[in-house]
Design a protein around this ligand. Sequence first.
Ligand SMILES: NC(=O)c1ccc[n+]([C@@H]2O[C@H](COP(=O)([O-])OP(=O)(O)OC[C@H]3O[C@@H](n4cnc5c(N)ncnc54)[C@H](O)[C@@H]3O)[C@@H](O)[C@H]2O)c1
Length: 334
Amino acid sequence: MKANKLKTLLIKIFRKKGLNQTDSLICANAIINAELVGAYGHGLSRLKMYCDRINKKLINPKPKIKIKDISQSISYVDANNSIGFVAADIAMKKSIKNAKKTGIGLVAVKNSGHYGLSGYYAEQAVKKNLITMIYTNAPPAVAPYGSIKSLFGTNPICFGAPSGSKIPFILDTSISIINRGKIRFAARNKKKIPEGVALDKFGKPTTDAKKALQGVQLPIAGFRGSGLAWMVDILSGVLTGGNHGGKVKDPFDDFSGPQNIGHLFITFKANLFVKNFNNRIRKNIKTIKNLPKIKGVREIMYPGQNKYKRFKINSKKDIKISNLIKKDLKILEL
Ligand SMILES: NC(=O)c1ccc[n+]([C@@H]2O[C@H](COP(=O)([O-])OP(=O)(O)OC[C@H]3O[C@@H](n4cnc5c(N)ncnc54)[C@H](O)[C@@H]3O)[C@@H](O)[C@H]2O)c1
């Protein structure tokens, strides 16, 4: 399907669920972007889930989002259980505005939901020549190091910076070896997951996506990844007033209340300490790219390059829609 046709369809679906035109467009754009960068677990595969949660009044389609300015740099957003895309869009824009005014913008969000890809918001800041760090927590998926029980989410860590060229530097990574969206996508499409990324509920390694969802995902780099997940839980949950410590509800399986996810957006000017940040980073990247390469590696890439390339290629093509998603769209459109 052409991206524009899909956009119109998604807007129609979100409008039907009670979102206004602006918020529906924000949601549609974020979902289409996830499809275009190949993050299928954060795109159309979640549409039915968002709609189910709106139907069950767990996502508020008409939120009264409150923004409290604590200082010219620091703002606090109560998202009033809005869909995460809308809360994140508001918070990122506020963080950029504060950073432009004072050099740094720090925005905390509570009472939000799943917002998709952190890097999507980071791009907004980087386009304005700002550096940004973004955190969100997520439902339990990863066992803290030493435990057999999931508690941390896949809690992505995102860092975006101007690269001195048109492709932004965006490191945007889950703290699990693969992100949960990919496992859900595999489970829904009856595909296997790679070895070594998850254990079943008995603690045995598994490549069965359904068993992995009932068990635990493994963090990157053992206790280091577990520590990073914990850091994100503190920054986006404990600090913000959002749920934390394993209390974020799974959006697909737990309809006992809103998710109350927290996010943190930290944005600052790239030229706070040096006037020539862009020249310096260009030189930095060039040095690394020119290093001798391992056999078989054509190019040393910086984070964000692969997604940018995928986006460019996929933008020229129709968006592939699986039969399962076609079914969802048909029902939701009626
Ligand atoms: N909202 C949520 O609850 C939630 C939870 C988890 C993940 N996510 C999102 O899911 C997305 C995917 O996460 P992921 O962990 O699967 O990402 P990934 O493994 O695809 O990529 C991680 C990072 O590594 C970089 N990278 C990939 N290949 C590279 C290479 N060859 N050389 C250099 N850098 C390379 C990417 O650009 C990216 O910055 C992210 O956008 C994340 O924000 C969201």
